[in-house]
Every structure is written in structure tokens, then in C-alpha cells.
Design a protein around this ligand. Sequence first.
Ligand code: BTN
Length: 244
Amino acid sequence: FGSSYIYHHSIDSTNISAKFLAEQGAKEGTVVSAEEQTKGKGRLGRLWQSPVGQGLYFSIIVRPQIPVYLAPQITLVVASVIAKVLNEKYNLHAVIKWPNDILVDSKKLAGILVEMSSDIDRINYAVLGIGINVNNPEAAFTKTDTKYQPTSMFNELKTKINRSELLTTLLAELEIAYHTFIESGFNTFKPIWESYAFSINKQIQVTTANQSLTGTLTGIDESGALLLEINGEKHTIHSGEIIL
Ligand code: BTN
């Protein structure tokens, strides 16, 4: 990833820019990154604070030849890679809060926003948007979402991180993981994902579009849906949010 690399000093959102380029036919692996985003997007219409020079904000264009219903797996593969790099290379105890948050000490360090364009059964392209709080000082954290306390790598490690080194590592690891995923499917990633899962085998509360459920998070299924056990009964949740 990144052999075609587009860098912006300031942009509304790298996901918006990458989607535009994908529509124009940009090739798989194209990366768009920015020093600052004025309208960084989070999931569920939220804003992703993207102050200049402090975080990593980038989007990767992919064109996966997989059925549309397997698309949620892509987010989980990306999350597994980020958690692995943060743990193994930076000694951070990073965990994945299903489906797309990376937490350290129950505080949000990174987020993933995968956006897709698809026909009925074919993915035309997907944009893998990744935002990481890297060198943000604690004083600069602005809470945009009352549910989360934010944190950054600097805040946790008390040392400045070389952002281009982190980006290079992530792009290399994401490329390897993505190809493994396309060639051999999600099975390789399921145990990795579960090993980094926030609250695995613990009691959690999940809200979905129409209800709130409390149960034990037992893992994810082959499609990437969350498995919740409530009074001995298994429930599968395809879309929703874990409440901290
Ligand atoms: C979330 O936690 O809800 C997802 C946050 C994703 C933020 C990244 S930053 C780079 C890319 N461009 C965007 O506008 N959003 C993603």
C-alpha cells in the first residue's frame, strides 16, 4: 500500500478525497493522508478531531473481490493489524472494541471508518479510513463524544512518536494482512481479533438500532458479527455499539 501516495496539508476528510479518487479509477493500494482534517468523519455521523501535526489521518483504497455481506470483516482485519502493531511495536496495551475502536485503558486511541461503494453483489471499492491520536498532548483533547475519554500514544507512553515511521509500519502490515485476507479469508484473523478483543468473556452492554442488550461477549462469528450470550442463549449482533 502507498506506492501511489497523495499527501495533503489540510483537507476536509481523507475518506472523502479517497472516495472521489476511487470513483475516478484510482488503483488499489492508493493512500491519501493529511496533516490536518477540517471535517474528519467518525462512525455514526460523528466528528473525528484531526488537529494539525498531531495525529495520523489516512485512507487506503482497496478493491476486494469478495461478496458484499463479508465486507464487515475488512474493518476487523484492519483493527487486528492496528492493535497488533500498537502492542508489539509500541508496547501499548491496545484492545479492540467491536467493531471499529482501538482503546487503551478504556480510552479511545484510534478509530476505523470503512466506506464502500457496491452493486447488489459486488464491491466496487472500499476506502479504509484510519485515524490515530499520536502526539496529541492531553491538554488538546476536546471531548466531542461524551461516551469516550480520548487518549493518544504520547499521552500513554510519555514520549513523542515518529509519525512517518508509524505510518510506514502500518501500511506494510496492512498490505500483508489484506492480501492474506483476500487469499485465505477471515479465519486467520478471527483468533487474532479475539485475542485483542475488549471485554472478551465479560459482561457488556450493546445498543442496536432498536434495543439494548446485556450479556457476555463470547467472540465473533465467521462474518464478523458480535456473539453475545444472554442467559445461556446465543445472540448474533451485526450492527450496534458496545457501551463503556
Ligand atoms: C470512528 O472512530 O468513528 C472512526 C474514525 C475514523 C477517522 C479516520 S481519520 C482518516 C479517515 N478520514 C476520515 O474522515 N475519517 C477517517
